[in-house]
Design a protein around this ligand. Structure first.
Ligand code: IPM
Ligand code: MN
Length: 364
């Protein structure tokens, strides 16, 4: 790759900087051994940006991101900032505005369990015989996360709070197209999630998904209510290929998918806009309870680099090589704290990053 690729790296809070250090090892291999012209600039975001600059999403960070080709994010948030006014908090003041600013409506979260790694799953072996390979497509910049909300008093002076789920048909259409296009390259099966037996927004969701699905006659479509979907994912995960969800349902279901394939510490995500600009981040959050202990699993952050290579740089072989090196590392029995078996030794964050890096060098 001759052209320079500008990458903004935002380590953020909690375990973010720790796992990002391991992602840097992978980025350095890509630069040195694969000769990628990656130009990396690092910026503050979230709680650390509040502490240093008084605001969760500083102008300098936003400008840096605007001038780059993609963003690699760690995580934001933590107990230190939870008593700030809502709009100033790391999540509401930085992560959600960043997603919205770049119009990153399509959030893609793959969860894969390889058969030989079934001990990573809390599910019984017989439920894993056919393997798990689920891709969650989550609408990311609308729905209840961005609808009208408030906390106030009624005329009897009773305190109440509300959030509103609002979806435009066009918003459902564009995320549905993404899910079906991805399904065409997979097992050609989309399961759309809603609560259309109760919610109006879900009724429109289902109707719109059905309408768009007609444009993809080779892709099978079915619908599940969210409560049933959670049950089905635990009971028979191999029936799922692509899952299409609203913002809130996707948030919930993608955590469930991550858990049955190992750990939230392994769930990477890509958030894309219509031009293919992407933000790549682990989906597990800042995990303040394990911050600074050198036990966080760096795999989600490392796989976020793999997604960056796939979706922003179109370097599919290199992306696959990262996945392979993670898989081989796990196959050899290396584990971090979150995926250890009882009494089994586990690696530190840094050791896991080192072993995956060594495997990657062999792979490329
Ligand atoms: C995620 C996270 C975020 C979300 C939080 C940190 C706001 O849980 O990416 O899944 O709810 O979208
Ligand atoms: Mn989440």
């Amino acid at each position: 790759m001759k052209k320079n690729f500008f990458l903004s790296v935002l380590p953020g809070d909690g375990i973010g900087p720790e796992v990002m250090r391991e992602a840097y090892k992978i980025l350095n291999i890509l630069k040195k051994k694969c000769f990628l012209n990656l130009i990396i600039n690092e910026y503050d975001i979230g709680g650390i940006a509040i502490d240093k600059h008084g605001i969760a999403l500083p102008e300098k960070t936003l400008t840096g991101c605007k001038n780059s080709d993609a963003i690699l994010l760690g995580s934001v948030g933590g107990p230190k900032w939870q008593f700030l006014p809502d709009v100033q908090q790391p999540e509401r003041g930085a992560l959600l505005p960043l997603r919205k600013y770049f119009n990153l409506f399509a959030n893609i979260r793959p969860s894969i369990l390889y058969k030989e790694l079934s001990d990573l799953s809390p599910l019984r072996d017989d439920r894993l015989d056919s393997g798990i390979d689920i891709l969650c497509v989550r609408e990311l910049i609308s729905g209840i996360y961005f609808g009208k909300s408030g906390c106030t008093f009624d005329h009897h002076n009773q305190k109440y709070a509300f959030d509103t789920e609002l979806y435009y048909e066009s918003e459902i259409e564009r995320i549905t197209h993404i899910a079906f296009k991805i399904a065409l390259k997979r097992k050609k099966y989309v399961i759309s999630i809603d609560k259309s037996n109760v919610l109006k927004s879900s009724k429109l969701w289902r109707k719109t998904v059905d309408k768009v699905s007609k444009k993809y006659p080779n892709v099978k479509v079915s619908h599940l209510y969210i409560d049933n979907a959670v049950m089905q994912i635990i009971n028979n995960p191999s029936q799922f290929d692509v899952i299409l969800c609203s913002n809130l349902f996707g948030d919930i279901l993608s955590d469930a998918c991550a858990m049955i394939t190992g750990s939230i510490g392994m769930l990477a995500s890509a958030s894309l806009n219509e031009k293919g600009f992407g933000l790549y981040e682990p989906a597990g959050g800042s995990a303040p309870d394990i911050q600074g202990k050198n036990i966080a699993n760096p795999i989600a952050q490392i796989l976020s680099v793999a997604l960056l290579l796939r979706y922003s740089m179109k370097l599919y072989d290199l992306s696959d090589a990262i996945y392979e090196s993670v898989k081989n590392t796990l196959k050899k029995g290396y584990r971090t704290y979150d995926i250890r078996n009882n009494n089994q030794d586990y690696l530190t964050t840094q050791q896991m990053g080192d072993i995956i890096s060594q495997n990657l060098i062999k792979e490329i």
